[in-house]
Design a protein around this ligand. Structure first.
Ligand SMILES: [Cu+2]
Length: 205
């Protein structure tokens, strides 16, 4: 099993640095379970599968954890929510990113990761470089099944102060599939594809 911390490095028992998955690249064998730990305090992150060439957008048929909110008041000794991915094919790289946009797009800030990335060619560092230059970040719809990996349950436990939210806290409503970093993303709220955040806006990185 591999364990990846997700967070911003404050009071974080795993030492997860700001806006990163730690470690950000792992190699595991078929059948392995990769456990993502939402351990950053505070934090509101996602684990979403993407394609190498489009690091900050959901991969068709990819997995997505949804946003998991860890409040500033969380205890570092908490049982943080985890998201467990079973790897179905260890010959294919699995790329993933965080779709949080607040206070800056995490995907462009380095919150990307890889499972079984090649050592040459499409390497993890190449993926991260493409992400850093992305022109848009798109939040997927949460999904358990992915491409070459799957989860059997959403992130949990979502008890106490932990919760799953439909959109990043503090982020303006954005049309799913058309979010753009260069727009204010607030021009229209009439579309049925908008999702209302379940928490009041706040500034969480
Ligand atoms: Cu994030």
């Amino acid at each position: 099993m591999s364990c990846l911390g997700i967070g911003n490095g404050v009071n974080d028992g795993l030492g997860t640095p700001a806006l990163a998955f730690t470690p950000s690249s792992v190699n595991v064998t078929k059948g392995s379970i990769v456990t993502f730990v939402f351990d950053g305090i505070p934090g509101n992150h996602t684990v979403a599968q993407s394609a190498f060439a489009r690091p900050c957008e959901p991969l068709s048929g990819g997995f997505d954890s949804g946003f998991i909110f860890v409040p500033p008041t969380a205890d570092a000794a908490s049982s943080f929510p985890t998201f467990n991915l079973t790897i179905e094919d260890d010959t294919k790289p699995i790329w993933f990113y965080c779709a949080q946009l607040n206070p800056a797009p995490h995907c462009l800030a380095g919150m990307v990761g890889a499972i079984n990335a090649p050592a040459t060619g499409n390497t993890f560092s190449s993926y991260a470089a493409v992400a850093a230059a992305a022109s848009s970040v798109v939040a997927p719809v949460p999904a358990l099944s992915g491409v070459n990996a799957f989860a059997t349950a959403g992130p949990g436990p979502l008890t106490g102060s932990f919760s799953g939210v439909a959109l990043p806290t503090g982020t303006p409503l954005i049309p799913i599939g058309t979010a753009s970093l260069s727009s204010t993303a607030t021009s229209s709220r009439s579309s049925s594809r908008f999702v209302t955040p379940t928490k009041s806006p706040r500034h969480i990185s």
